[in-house]
Design a protein around this ligand. Sequence first.
Ligand code: GBH
Length: 495
Amino acid sequence: MNLNTVFFLLITLRLALAEPTNKKFPENFLFGTATASYQVEGGWNEDGKGENIWDYFTHTYPDRIANQANGDIACNSYHKYLEDIEMLKDLGVHFYRFSLSWSRILPEGHIEKINQVGVDYYKNLIKALKENGIEPYVTLYHWDLPQPLQEKGGWPNTDLMVDLFADYARLAFTLFGDQVKYWMTFNEAKQTCQLGYGYGVFAPGIQSNGIDSYKCAHTVIKSHAKAYHIYDEEFRKTQNGRVSMVIDSDWFEPASDSDKDIEAAERKIQFTFGWYANPIYHPDGNYPQVMIDRIAERSKKEGFEKSRLPEFTSDEIDYIKGTFDFLSLNTYTTSMVKWIDDYPIGNVGYDNDISVVAYQDPSWNSSASSWLKVVPWGTRKLINWVDKTYNHPEIVITENGFSDYGELDDEGRILYYQNYLSNILEAIKEDGINVTGYTAWSLMDNFEWLNGYTEKFGLYQVDFDDENRTRTPKKSADFYKKVVATKCLVNQCED
Ligand code: GBH
């Protein structure tokens, strides 16, 4: 073989490996798309809705958001939800994942004051979805805490929040549970806690890295468990639905095959995913041991009286573990992880507690979002890790998607979906993992938090300069529609 032949073979092999699979998704596999209340609804102060922390944050610190944008109107789904349903129908998706705005239902955050118009909005939305054969997947909390509850301390205030969230969850099950069979308590609590109460870049903008961010997580996990038990005891028999908590993670690939890099990558995923997943999804419950040990040790050296990581009692561990009916996973990208010596004691914080270096390979394809590189193989590895670590739960991918600048001819998004779905399908067919559903983020372009309307994730374009917020399908909408209809990612699938 001459050198040219070798190169030729190598290149074909690479292409062959990157080729999306021609296998088919299982017959009962479910496809959907997702949005979240603050990102799409608008109507921020209409019909009795109360103020939430994102209303307050964007209005009080407009400069923290790209182009001083906010969600006051967003996609105006508060008024245009029937158009959203037309889009969902056209895509042919089985389900629509959306979130309830807590302060639209409970303007003050507590159940003493219910806003009936807000309740009716969701009743109408759910009814119209069901009439069109689309299953509602409902998230109770996608980051928009009622502002009055933040004024009492918000999520780090465990004593306040667990019961208030439980009341809100019970009310939602009571009001909507005859129609809603899929519930997600929290979306990506890590972003709520670490960005909101740790780094303080997200609402409510509290900087208490490695202290309040851990308390916040503690509250969220307890709140989830309480909501789950309420469902179990008061609703499951009559409503027969399923409850989960959405946790997000990148895949973390060791930078080399050295033991140290492998250990560092494992530590990183335990601090990211395990932080929330272990207490709920691991058969032993509780926080990952590596978090308990490292945070205790560093806290002591830092002069804290107790570990900055709150402790669960053994009763609490038992109460929390197993509070799920399936595992919901959001994932977008991958990072490489390298071992380093522990950061010296000094700065208190979550990243110091982990002490690893994470980076993305500059050769990976980019998106419009700095953090989102296109690494389809990472998703297959992540799914394998989750399956193995948590004893083979049923997994639903509750978010996955790609950002660009909003073009209708969105080849980059099509390639992303095709290749990520291909890896998910290989995880099902080759690795035998029980993934039962997939959710494209997002149905339409929307308010992308700190990045305002500058980074677009939609299958549908939304014209934010037009007061009608006109929606137009992108090329990726046609692609996804075909995948949903045929369960196939390429022109021709094997039978
Ligand atoms: C998901 O977060 C969210 O659930 C969804 O609401 C969001 O629109 C979607 O993904 C796309 O981003 O650099 O400090 O601004 C995914 C995880 C967490 C990734 C926040 C981007 C930005 C942190 N995201 N992160 S910062």
